[in-house]
Design a protein around this ligand. Structure first.
Ligand SMILES: Nc1ncnc2c1ncn2[C@@H]1O[C@H](COP(=O)(O)OP(=O)(O)OP(=O)(O)O)[C@@H](O)[C@H]1O
Length: 568
C-alpha cells in the first residue's frame, strides 16, 4: 500500500463551479468536494451509499497517481471560450468563461473496465493567476521527474496488417495523445515485409530514441523484436549463431499499438486489444520485461520466439491455413477442424533442461499478473546464476546430467513462453506460464484417440485442467531440443535441407490425399505464427531479454483498493 506522501500544494479550487479541496503530493493528485462526506450519510441506509471510487464523475473524492497524469494544460482565452484542443466545441457556463483565464486542465488515465484505459480530463479554476501558474508548474515538474517516460519514439506502421487500419488508427487515436503528452515521434510507414526489421538492424539511429512503437499485429511485433535483438547483439559483438551465447538485453522498450488480426502479444501484456489503452501505457512509461526464446538448428540461428512454438497439431494448422489465405481469418477454424480430423502424430525425441530451483510450476492456479512476484524473483535468481556461470559452471549453470530425454509419438509438442491467452482462448495454452520468469512450458501431447484429443482441446476453453490427462505432460524448462525420428542422426545442415526437400514432396502428396492412409513423418514448427524451415531445433530461453511499454494484466484489486486518504 502506498503511503500518502508530503503535500506539495493544497488549495481550494473550483471544479465545475463547485468548491473542491485539491492537493498534490509527489505521488498523488486528489480533489475532494468541500463539505461532502463520502463515507457516511446519517439519513441513507448503508447499503445505499454510493461506492467510493478512486475517481468518478458522481463521487466527490478523486485520486489520481501522478504517474498516471498524461499532461497539464493551461486554459487560455480561446479554450475558455469553448474550444477544445481537439477542435471540438463544448458548452461552458458563463461563470467558467469569466474564470477561465485562471484555469488549468489535467489529463489523466481513467480505467473503463476490462483492462481498458481512457484519457479523462478535469478543469480546475483558481482564484488568481499566480496560484494557477504554481499548480501548472508544480504538476509539470512532477511529470518531468518521471525518468521512465519516453520523450522521443520511433514508430513503425504496417498499413496492411489486420483490416488495413494501422495508419488510420495511429493518426486518429494515438498521435493526438502523444502530442498531448509532449512525445516527439519519427514515423515510418512500412513499404514491404521486413522493412521495419531491416531498418532497425542497420539504419535506425537508435540512440536518439527512448523506445520503438509497432503499429500492427503479432507478425509486425516479431519484425521489431528481431530487428532490435539482432542490432543489440551485433553492436555488442555477440555471435547470434551460437546457441550457447548469452544474449544482451535490449535497452529500448517496445510499445504495441494493436492493428493486426489476432494481436495476442498485446492482449497478453496489457489485457486488452485497444489502441488508446496501449498508447496510454506508452505515455506513462510502463515497463514489462519479457522472455525471448532463440531457436537454432545445427549452430545456425533460425528465429526468436516470444509466445508459442508448436510442432504437430499447431504446426500443421498453420501450414494448412497458409495455403488458404484467400479464406481470410476463417482459414484458422477450417484448418483446425481439418487437422483435428486428420489426426497425424509424429515420432521424435524431446530433450529438455528442467527449470530447477525457481518459483512456480505450470500447474499453479496463480496467474502472471502486473508486478508478478514469480517473474521478479526468478529474474533475480537467474541473473545471479548467470554471474556465477561466468566463473565456474556451464551455460546458465546447466550440466549435461540434468537433461531429460523423452522418445515417443506425439500429436503435439508445444512450448508456451506466455499463457498464449487471446480473446478466442482466454485461458491460453498454458494458463500459469509467466511472461518474464526465464522459462517456457513444454507441453507434450502423446498419441491418443481423437476423442481424447478433443477432450484435451475443449479443456482450453473450460475451467478444467488441460494437463490433467494421462497422455499429456507439461514441464517448465529453460532449454529444449527436438529431433524428428528420421532426422536424429543429422549432423549437417545440408543433409537436412536435402531431406526437407524430399519431405515436402511426400508430405504434400500425403496431405493432399489423406485417403492413401500414410502419415507424414514430419510436421513443421509454428514459431509465433511463422513456419520454421527446419524440424530439428535447439531452443533456449533468454530471461527478460526485451521490455515492453506495458505493465502486465492488472488485477481489478490493484485499482479498487488503493490507499484513499479521502476516506480517512
Ligand atoms: N508494407 C508492408 N507490405 C507487406 N507486408 C508487410 C508490410 N509491413 C509489414 N508487413 C508484414 O505483414 C505481416 C503481417 O502483419 P501484421 O502482423 O501487422 O498483421 P496480421 O498478420 O494481420 O496480424 P497478426 O499477426 O496479429 O495475426 C508481417 O509479418 C509483416 O512482416
Amino acid at each position: 500500500m502506498e503511503r500518502p506522501s508530503r503535500l506539495l500544494l493544497l488549495s481550494e479550487l473550483r471544479v465545475r463551479n463547485a468548491a473542491h479541496s485539491v492537493s498534490l503530493s509527489r505521488s498523488l493528485l486528489t480533489w475532494k468536494r468541500r463539505g461532502s462526506s463520502p463515507l457516511y450519510h446519517p439519513f441513507r441506509p448503508r447499503f445505499c451509499l454510493p461506492r467510493l471510487r478512486r475517481r468518478s464523475d458522481s463521487g466527490s473524492c478523486h485520486i489520481v497517481p501522478v504517474s498516471e497524469i498524461i499532461s497539464v494544460r493551461e486554459e487560455d482565452e480561446e479554450n475558455g471560450s469553448g474550444r477544445r484542443d481537439d477542435g471540438s466545441w463544448k458548452k461552458i457556463k458563463e461563470r467558467d468563461v469569466k474564470d477561465c483565464r485562471q484555469a488549468f486542465t489535467v489529463l489523466y488515465v481513467e480505467r473503463s473496465g476490462q483492462h481498458r484505459w481512457r484519457c479523462a480530463e478535469v478543469t480546475f479554476t483558481c482564484s488568481d493567476t499566480t496560484l494557477c501558474q504554481r499548480w501548472i508548474s508544480n504538476i509539470r515538474e512532477q511529470l518531468a521527474a518521471i525518468a521512465s517516460r519516453p520523450r522521443r519514439l520511433l514508430v513503425y506502421i504496417n498499413p496492411f496488417g489486420g483490416k488495413r487500419q494501422g495508419k488510420r488508427v495511429y493518426e486518429q487515436k494515438v498521435a493526438p495523445l502523444f502530442l498531448q503528452a509532449g512525445i516527439f515521434t519519427d514515423v515510418i510507414v512500412t513499404e514491404y515485409a521486413n522493412h521495419a526489421r531491416d531498418h532497425l538492424r542497420t539504419e535506425a539511429e537508435l540512440k536518439q530514441f527512448d523506445g520503438v512503437v509497432c503499429v500492427g499485429g503479432d507478425g509486425m511485433f516479431s519484425e521489431i523484436v528481431h530487428g532490435l535483438i539482432w542490432r543489440t547483439q551485433i553492436d555488442g559483438g555477440v555471435d547470434v549463431n551460437c546457441p550457447d551465447e548469452a544474449l544482451l538485453p535490449c535497452s529500448l522498450r517496445i510499445g504495441i499499438i494493436p492493428a493486426g488480426s489476432t494481436d495476442c502479444i498485446c492482449f497478453a501484456t496489457v489485457g486488452t486489444n485497444d489502441p488508446v489503452t496501449s498508447a496510454l501505457h506508452i505515455i506513462v512509461g510502463d515497463s514489462q520485461p519479457m522472455d525471448v526464446c532463440s531457436v537454432h538448428h545445427n549452430n545456425t540461428f533460425l528465429r526468436y520466439s516470444v509466445s508459442l512454438l508448436g510442432y504437430g497439431f499447431y504446426g500443421d494448422v498453420l501450414t494448412d491455413s497458409e495455403r488458404k489465405r484467400w479464406m481470410g481469418p476463417a482459414r484458422y477454424d477450417f484448418s483446425g477442424v481439418k487437422m483435428f480430423l486428420t489426426h497425424h502424430y509424429y515420432e521424435g525425441t524431446v530433450s529438455y533442461l528442467p527449470a530447477r530451483g525457481i518459483l512456480g510450476t505450470p500447474r499453479d492456479t496463480a496467474r502472471c499478473r502486473s508486478g508478478c512476484v514469480v517473474c521478479q524473483r526468478n529474474g533475480q535468481l537467474l541473473s545471479e546464476r548467470a554471474e556465477r556461470y561466468e566463473t565456474d559452471e556451464g551455460p546458465d549453470g546447466e550440466t549435461e546430467r540434468e537433461w531429460r530425454t523423452i522418445r515417443g509419438k506425439f500429436l503435439a509438442i508445444n512450448a508456451a513462453s506466455m499463457s498464449c491467452a487471446c480473446p478466442r482462448s482466454p485461458k491460453g495454452l498454458s494458463p500459469a506460464a509467466h511472461l518474464a520468469d526465464g522459462t517456457t512450458d513444454l507441453i507434450l501431447v502423446r498419441k491418443c484417440s481423437r476423442f481424447d484429443f478433443l477432450r484435451h482441446l475443449l479443456r482450453h476453453t473450460s475451467k478444467d485442467d488441460q494437463f490433467d490427462m494421462t497422455f499429456v505432460e507439461v514441464h517448465r524448462v529453460r532449454r529444449f531440443r527436438f529431433a524428428p525420428r528420421h532426422c536424429q542422426s543429422d549432423s549437417d545442415l545440408e543433409l537436412d535441407l536435402q531431406e526437407n526437400g524430399k519431405r515436402q514432396i511426400f508430405s504434400q502428396i500425403c496431405r493432399d490425399h489423406p485417403a492413401c492412409g500414410c502419415a507424414p513423418s514430419y510436421s513443421s514448427w509454428n514459431c509465433d505464427g511463422e513456419i520454421l524451415t527446419h524440424t530439428a531445433i535447439d531452443v533456449r530461453v533468454h530471461c527478460q531479454l526485451v521490455k515492453l511499454f506495458a505493465r502486465g494484466i492488472e488485477e481489478p484489486a490493484v485499482f479498487e483498493d488503493l490507499t484513499n486518504p479521502c476516506a480517512i
